[in-house]
Every structure is written in C-alpha cells, then in structure tokens.
Ligand binder design. Sequence first.
Ligand code: B12
Length: 137
Amino acid sequence: MKILLSGTASDSHTWNLVYLALFLEERGHDVVALGPCVSPRLLTDACRQHVPDVVVLSSVNGHGYRDALASVRALRAEPELAALPVAVGGKLGIAGRSGEAETARLREAGCDAVLADGADDLEALCSFLAARARVVV
Ligand code: B12
C-alpha cells in the first residue's frame, strides 16, 4: 500500500517518524514520509499530490491529540479526502497516552484508528493496514 506518513503541526520529534518509515517499509509498504511539523494545510495538499491508500499520523510531544484533531478535520473537510483511511498514534497526550474522551473525539472527527506507543499498538497498526489492503485489492 502507499502510505503517507506524517508528523503533526507542533511536533519536532523525528525518530518516531524514522522508526515508523522503516517499520512500514520492512513490511512491504511504499512510504511517502512528510517529516515533522506538518500543518493541516500541508497534509491535505500532500494527500492530493500523492494519493495515498492510508495516512499514518505520529506524534509524541504531548500535543498530538489537538494537532491530530485539526489535521483530520482538515482532511474530512475536503470531499475527495473525506473517506481516506487515517490512523494516528504515539504519545498523544501530555501524560503519554490520550484519555478515553480524547480518543472518542478523534474518532468522531474521522480518525479510523487511534493508537498509542506500545508494541501492541504497532501490531494493531499492521492489522488496520492489512484490513485496508484487502479493500484496496
Ligand atoms: C529525543 C527527544 C527529544 C529531542 C527530539 C530530537 C529529534 N530530532 O527527534 C528534542 C530534545 C528536540 C525533544 C524536544 C521536546 N520534547 Co522530547 N523526547 C525525546 C525522547 C528522549 C526520545 C524520543 C525518541 O527519539 N524516541 C525514539 C523513537 C523511535 O521512539 P518514540 O518517539 O517513542 O516512537 C515510538 C512510539 O511512540 C510509537 N509511535 C510513535 N508514533 C506512532 C504512531 C502510530 C500510528 C503507532 C502505532 C505508534 C507510534 O512507535 C515508535 C517506535 O516504538 C523522549 C523520551 C522517551 N524516552 O521517549 C522525549 C519526549 C517524547 N519529549 C517530550 C517533550 C515534552 C518534549 C518537548 C515539548 C520539551 C520542551 N518542553 O521543549 C520538546 C518538543 C518540541 C516540539 N515542538 O515538539 C515528552 C513528551 C511527553 C508526552 N507526550 O507525554 C517525552 C516523552 C519526554 C518525557 N518523558 O516527558 N525531545
């Protein structure tokens, strides 16, 4: 699958993105990596340009919940991107994982998968992608 991998607007961390790019490429995916500090506008423009099968957002600085909310709302506001599968994960809250209310809001806004930062979350991402791959094929 073609995966657009992106950091979020306020997040300057990069090794999470390097790790995820390698992790996804080792599983045979074609990764377009946008890097850190990607604004919602840049993300929507890149999705139009690269036409990915799935968007994976990663954030670890503690502002991922708010940033991802803005990003997914921007994607869902564009008719041609409204159905594009989006998974977000990492350390989304200031105390690591995001809370249940934050997770629910992200889902309501259009995130198809809201994951955290553990090995089980990477496995969950693989399952999410495998389910999408069957749809794409
Ligand atoms: C190195 C580092 C920095 C470096 C980053 C350098 C760089 N080029 O990336 C510097 C010094 C710049 C930095 C800055 C800051 N940092 Co910092 N940083 C770290 C540190 C020590 C290591 C991060 C790292 O590289 N890990 C290696 C990668 C491979 O692991 P990872 O990032 O955890 O990613 C894994 C998982 O999170 C997961 N994952 C990530 N994304 C996704 C997405 C999906 C879909 C899935 C499934 C999984 C997943 O998979 C990855 C592999 O396992 C961590 C503490 C720690 N030990 O984690 C703090 C940490 C991430 N930083 C933190 C903070 C608060 C900051 C600052 C805000 C500090 C400040 N007050 O200025 C700033 C952020 C500035 C900004 N605008 O973003 C906090 C975040 C708190 C939180 N979320 O709960 C942490 C956790 C430290 C702490 N314990 O408080 N940081």
